[in-house]
Ligand binder design. Structure first.
Ligand code: 4NP
Length: 144
């Protein structure tokens, strides 16, 4: 799960998908990263921690990191939260791994919009949580 800072959106996607994976006995390995390294080593934003906690998911143990070359080998699916993230990911992705990279919401058949809005400056963490949750549910069904 990849966004810009790896402190707001992708930590939610990471926590939610991990939660669903455990719940459904899928034994998947989930991780998240940022296209930037601006918040390397930091916890998720307190507003993401809070909305996750309200929904019974603990994400405070996550640490922000930047996406790196070995991720393209290791992971089967790489999801970008918005078009800008997608472009940045593809700019460092080896050609033979491009098939692993997807825009998150369309892959999860969410039709209301194509990008997860960045709530860092504007807020709207409850909306972002619900959007990501619905998409993760669909992706869990689709990939399993
Ligand atoms: P995220 O949100 O990409 O969902 O983690 C952001 C976090 C930090 C910044 C921008 C977006 N920032 O400008 O520091």
């Amino acid at each position: 799960m990849v966004c810009l800072g790896n402190i707001c959106r992708s930590p939610l996607a990471h926590g939610i998908m991990e939660h669903l994976s455990v719940q459904e006995g899928l034994n998947w390995e989930i991780d998240s990263a940022g296209t930037s390294g601006w918040h390397n080593g930091e916890q998720p934003d307190r507003r993401s921690i809070e909305v996750a906690k309200q929904n019974g998911i603990e994400i405070s143990n996550q640490q922000s990191r930047q996406i790196k070359a070995p991720d393209f080998d290791y992971y089967d699916y790489i999801f970008a939260m918005d078009q800008s993230n997608l472009k940045d990911i593809l700019s460092i992705c080896p050609k033979d791994k491009e098939h692993k990279v997807h825009l998150f919401l369309p892959f999860g058949n969410v039709v209301s919009r194509h990008e997860v809005p960045d709530p860092y400056y504007t807020g709207g963490f409850d909306y972002v949580y619900d959007l990501i949750y619905g998409c993760c549910k669909n992706i869990a069904e689709k990939i399993r």
